[in-house]
Design a protein around this ligand. Structure first.
Ligand SMILES: [Zn+2]
Length: 87
């Protein structure tokens, strides 16, 4: 049985990256159409969405590190452990 908090954090991470991808798609389409001002305005939203996605990733990694609920199926990468050290 999978940890329900881990499920919640996985969905949150997935949704945050979908949101980020959508913002990047909008920004690039505006730039390609030559709408530079609109594209630049969107770029700030891309950055904020990236921060939210990265926060979600770290929250998931932190939970898995604290709760060890991911141990049966996988191990964390060295990069995640290093990121956790910076918090
Ligand atoms: Zn857990």
């Amino acid at each position: 049985m999978i940890c329900q908090e881990r499920v919640r954090l996985l969905y949150k991470y997935r949704d945050a990256t979908t949101e980020y991808a959508g913002k990047v798609r909008d920004m690039t389409e505006l730039a390609i159409r030559g709408q530079e001002a609109e594209s630049n305005a969107k770029r700030a939203l891309c950055r904020a969405a990236w921060d939210a996605a990265e926060s979600s990733r770290l929250a998931l990694a932190r939970h898995e590190a604290d709760h060890a609920c991911d141990r049966a199926t996988s191990s964390r990468s060295v990069e995640d452990v290093e990121d956790l050290g910076k918090l």
